[in-house]
Design a protein around this ligand. Structure first.
Ligand code: C2E
Ligand code: MG
Ligand code: MG
Length: 703
C-alpha cells in the first residue's frame, strides 16, 4: 500500500496480532473507491491510493495531520479545483458544517479535468469522518448523451414515433404532434393504424411488414389522416430496434409531410402530358391515349374516329396581330373544342393551330359527322379577343379506325391527309379520308421538296404582264408574275406553290429572288431604251412583316440603279387589313423610300373605307371577279363604279385586273379607270416577248 497512514490512525495505532487493521488497509488499497478518514478536528488520518489518484495534482498536499481546510486553501492558491471549490470560504464553511453534522446523503463534485465524483460521508461514533468517493464520470457522460438524444428527439423537425415490440405507441415528439394533431396521451398504447386514412393500398402495408421482417427497415409513402380528418401523404422511414440478444424491442418511425412535393410532382406530370397554353393533352398523351382507346375498341368491335383540325389563316392572325392575340385565340379555340365533345373524348393540341379530337364509344362511323359539323360551326363563329373580332374557320380531316388504319401512326397520318384535302377544297369544311388523299399528301411533300430546290438552283422564272393606260392604250407598266416550270410536272401555277412557300417559310427566299430579278429586268429594259415603265411586284404577307424587308427593297433598288418610283409593290388587301398599325408603319417606311404601293385584289377582303384612308397607298387594283361580266352584271358594274369613285376620292389611281373583252375595256374607260390589265391586252409572258408587246403598243409618256 503506497498511501500513507497517520501514526494516530486507529488502523495503525498499535501493531497488534489482530490482523484486521492490516487486512482493512490492504482492502482499502485494493478498492477503486476513494477512501478517507478525518479525525474530529478535521485532520487527515488516512486515505487510500484511489483517493490520491482522484486528486492527483495535489498529492503532495495530502499528508497526514493536515486539516482539510489547509488542503483546500493551498490547492485553491495553486489554482486547483476551481470547479469543485467555487467560492473557497463558502466551500470551507460547507465542509465544516458537513464535518460536524454529515447527512450521509451522497453529493456530486465536478473536477477541473472533467471528471465527476460521487461523495458519501459518515461520522463514526467516536467523531471520525469517513468519506467514500466514487468516480462517476462514465455514468455522467452516459446521462449527458441520453439528455442530448432526448433533445434531438424533442427538437427534430421530422415527426418521430416509437412503438414497442407489440407495435403500441410509446413515444412521439412535438413535430409528430404538430403534424398529426395528436398528443401522446390520446394515442399512447394504441396501434399506429389509428393514423391511417384507408387510402394507402393494402399491398404497401404488406410490403412494409415484409421488409421490416427481412431487413429491419422500410421506407415508402403512406396516406394518413390527421386528427382533424384531413388526409395527407407522408414519406415514412421505419427502423426496427433490437437488444443485444437480437430481440425486437421497438420500432422507430420518422416521417415528413410530402403534400407539397406530391403537388409539385403532379404539376410536372401535368406539364409533361398537357399543352402548357391550352391545358389540352399534348402529342405524347394523345398517342398514348389513342393507343388505349383503339385497343378497347378493337375488343368491342367499335369504331374510333380521329379528327385533325387546322385553323384557317391562323398564321396570318398570329404573325400580324402578334403572339398574344394568337395565344388568346388558341385558348378560346381549345375551350370551344372541349365544349363540343363529351367529357370522355380526347382533345389534344399538337402544336401551332393543329388540334386533334378522338371520338370513341360511337355505335357507327357515321356518328362522327354530327360532331364534326358541330365543331365546324362552333369554331367558325367570330372570336372576340381584346378589341379585335377575329374570323377564322377550321379545316377538318377525319379517319376512322379500323377501316382507315389500325395503328396510331396510320390513323393520324390519314386524318392529316384528309385535313389537307379539306384545305384544298377551299377550307372551312370536313373531309373523310380516302386512299387518294394519301397520294395527294405525298405529292404535296414532294412539291415542297422540289420547290426548295427550285428556289436554291434558279428553277423559277418571271413572266410579265403589261398594264396599259386607259386613255392612250399604251403600256405604262408590267406586273411580274412568278413561274415555276417543274422538271416532270410542267408549269405549276403560283396559286399552288405560293401558299406552300408561305407555309414552309420559303417565301422570304422566293420573294427576295423575285424582287431582285424584277428590278434587274427593269434596269435592263430601261438601259436598252424601253424608257419610263413601271415594274409591279407582288409581296406576300410574310415578306411585308419581315424586319429586313424595307432594307432589302432599299438595297435592291440601289444595286440595280433604278428609280424608286418605277417600282410598285402590290400588297393584298387581307394582309394590309389584319394588323393595321403594323402595316401602316411598314408601308410608310416603304413609301419613304419613294416606291409606289398598290393594294391588290381589292374587294375580296373586308377593308373599310376609313381604314383604307390611313394607308399610304398610290394604287388600287380592282379584283378581276368584279371585272368579270361587268358589262352585263349590274351588281359588278355598280361595285366597280363605287370602288372607282372611292379610290379617286382618296387620290388613288385604279388598275382593273382581268380585262378580257373590249366591252369591259370600254366600260372601265368610260368610268375613268386609270389603267387596265388583262388577257385582252396581253397574257403574262417571258421578258423578251413582253418587250415586243410593249413596243407594239408604242411607248407612252407617263401622265
Ligand atoms: P395577282 O397578283 O392578282 O396576279 C394577277 C393574276 O391574274 C395572274 O395570275 C395573272 O396571270 C392573272 N390574270 C391576268 N389577267 C387575267 C385575265 O384577263 N383573265 C384571267 N382569268 N386571269 C388574268 P397568276 O400569274 O397565276 O398569279 C396568281 C397570283 O399568284 C397572283 O395574283 C399573285 O397573288 C400570286 N403571285 C404571282 N407571282 C407572285 C410573286 O412573285 N410573289 C407573290 N407573293 N405572289 C405572286
Ligand atoms: Mg398582283
Ligand atoms: Mg390581283
Amino acid at each position: 500500500m503506497k498511501a500513507f497512514t497517520a501514526e494516530a490512525s486507529p488502523m495503525s495505532a498499535q501493531q497488534t496480532d489482530d490482523p484486521v487493521p492490516n487486512l482493512l488497509r490492504d482492502a482499502m488499497a485494493s478498492v477503486t473507491i476513494g477512501f478517507t478518514i478525518y479525525d474530529p478536528q478535521d485532520r487527515l488520518v488516512m486515505c487510500n491510493e484511489a483517493y490520491l489518484g482522484m486528486y492527483e495534482t495535489s498529492r503532495d498536499l495530502i499528508v497526514p495531520g493536515t486539516t482539510f481546510e489547509e488542503v483546500v486553501r493551498k490547492g485553491a492558491e495553486r489554482g486547483q479545483y476551481r470547479q469543485a471549490l467555487g467560492d473557497v470560504d463558502g466551500f470551507v464553511r460547507e465542509r465544516v458544517k458537513r464535518h460536524q453534522n454529515p447527512t450521509g446523503k451522497p453529493f456530486e463534485q465536478a473536477l477541473d479535468d472533467g471528471r465527476w465524483l460521487l461523495i458519501v460521508e459518515h461520522k463514526t461514533a467516536s467523531g471520525y469522518l469517513v468519506g467514500n468517493r466514487l468516480d462517476i464520470t462514465a455514468q455522467k457522460q452516459a446521462e449527458h448523451g441520453l439528455h442530448l438524444y432526448a433533445n434531438v428527439f424533442r427538437h427534430s423537425g421530422e415527426a418521430l414515433m416509437v412503438t414497442d415490440r407489440n407495435n403500441c405507441i410509446v413515444a412521439i415528439n412535438p413535430a409528430f404532434a404538430r403534424l398529426t394533431g395528436y398528443e401522446l396521451a390520446e394515442i399512447e398504447g394504441q396501434n399506429p393504424r389509428i393514423l391511417s386514412s384507408g387510402r394507402t393500398p393494402v399491398e404497401t402495408y404488406q410490403q412494409m411488414w415484409a421488409n421490416l421482417q427481412s431487413a429491419d427497415f422500410w421506407q415508402g409513402e403512406l396516406w394518413d389522416r390527421r386528427k382533424d380528418g384531413s388526409v395527407y401523404p407522408k414519406w415514412v422511414v421505419i427502423s426496427v430496434i433490437r437488444d443485444e440478444s437480437g430481440e425486437l424491442t421497438h420500432h422507430i418511425a420518422s416521417f415528413t409531410d410530402i403534400s407539397e412535393r406530391k403537388a409539385a410532382e403532379e404539376r410536372i406530370s401535368h406539364l409533361a402530358h398537357h399543352d402548357a397554353l391550352t391545358g389540352l393533352f399534348n402529342r405524347y398523351s394523345l398517342q398514348e391515349r389513342l393507343g388505349q382507346v383503339m385497343a378497347t375498341a378493337h375488343r368491342q368491335h367499335m369504331p374510333v374516329a380521329v379528327m385533325f383540325i387546322d385553323m384557317d389563316r391562323f398564321k396570318l392572325i398570329n404573325d400580324t396581330l402578334g403572339h398574344d392575340v394568337g395565344d388568346q385565340l388558341l385558348i378560346e379555340i381549345a375551350q370551344r373544342l372541349r365544349g363540343s365533345v363529351r367529357e370522355s373524348d380526347i382533345v389534344a393540341r399538337l402544336g401551332g393551330d393543329e388540334f386533334v379530337v378522338v371520338l370513341a364509344g360511337m355505335e357507327a362511323a357515321f356518328d362522327v359527322y354530327p360532331v364534326a359539323s358541330k365543331i365546324l360551326q362552333r369554331l367558325g363563329e367570330p372570336y372576340d379577343i381584346g378589341e379585335h373580332t377575329l374570323h377564322t374557320s377550321p379545316s377538318i380531316g377525319v379517319s376512322v379506325f379500323p377501316g382507315d388504319g389500325d395503328t396510331v401512326e396510320q390513323l393520324m397520318k390519314n386524318a392529316d391527309a384528309a385535313m389537307y384535302h379539306a384545305k384544298e377544297q377551299g377550307r372551312n369544311n370536313i373531309q373523310f379520308f380516302t386512299m387518294d388523299m394519301n397520294v395527294a399528301a405525298l405529292e404535296r411533300l414532294e412539291l415542297e421538296r422540289d420547290l426548295r430546290t427550285a428556289i436554291a438552283s434558279g428553277g423559277l422564272e418571271l413572266h410579265y404582264q403589261v398594264q396599259v393606260c386607259s386613255v392612250t392604250l399604251q403600256a405604262c407598266g408590267v406586273e411580274a408574275l412568278v413561274r415555276w416550270s417543274h422538271p416532270t410536272r410542267g408549269m405549276i401555277p403560283p396559286l399552288t406553290f405560293i401558299p406552300i412557300a408561305e407555309e414552309c417559310r420559303l417565301i422570304d427566299g422566293l420573294g427576295a429572288w423575285v424582287l431582285d430579278e424584277g428590278c434587274r429586268q427593269l434596269a435592263a429594259w430601261q438601259a436598252t431604251g424601253l424608257g419610263d415603265i413601271r415594274m409591279a411586284i407582288n409581296v406576300s404577307a410574310q415578306q411585308l412583316r419581315s424586319e429586313q424587308f424595307v432594307d432589302q427593297v432599299r438595297s435592291t433598288i440601289a444595286i440595280h440603279g433604278i428609280r424608286p418610283q418605277d417600282l410598285e409593290l402590290e400588297i393584298t388587301e387581307s394582309v394590309a387589313m389584319s394588323d393595321p398599325q403594323a402595316a401602316i408603319r411598314q408601308l410608310q417606311a416603304l413609301r419613304d423610300l419613294g416606291v409606289q404601293l398598290a393594294i391588290d385584289d381589292f374587294g375580296t377582303g373586308y377593308s373599310s373605307l376609313a381604314y383604307l384612308r390611313q394607308l399610304p397607298l398610290n394604287v388600287l387594283k380592282i379584283d378581276r371577279s368584279f371585272v368579270k361580266d361587268i358589262e352585263v352584271d349590274g351588281n359588278n358594274a355598280s361595285i366597280s363604279a363605287s370602288i372607282l369613285a372611292l379610290a379617286h376620292s382618296l387620290g388613288l389611281k385604279v388598275v382593273a385586273e382581268g380585262v378580257e373583252t373590249a366591252a369591259q375595256r370600254d366600260f372601265l374607260r368610260e368610268r375613268g379607270c386609270d389603267y387596265l390589265q388583262g388577257f385582252y391586252f396581253a397574257r403574262p409572258h417571258a421578258a423578251a416577248r413582253c418587250r415586243e408587246i410593249i413596243e407594239s403598243l408604242a411607248l407612252p409618256r407617263p401622265a
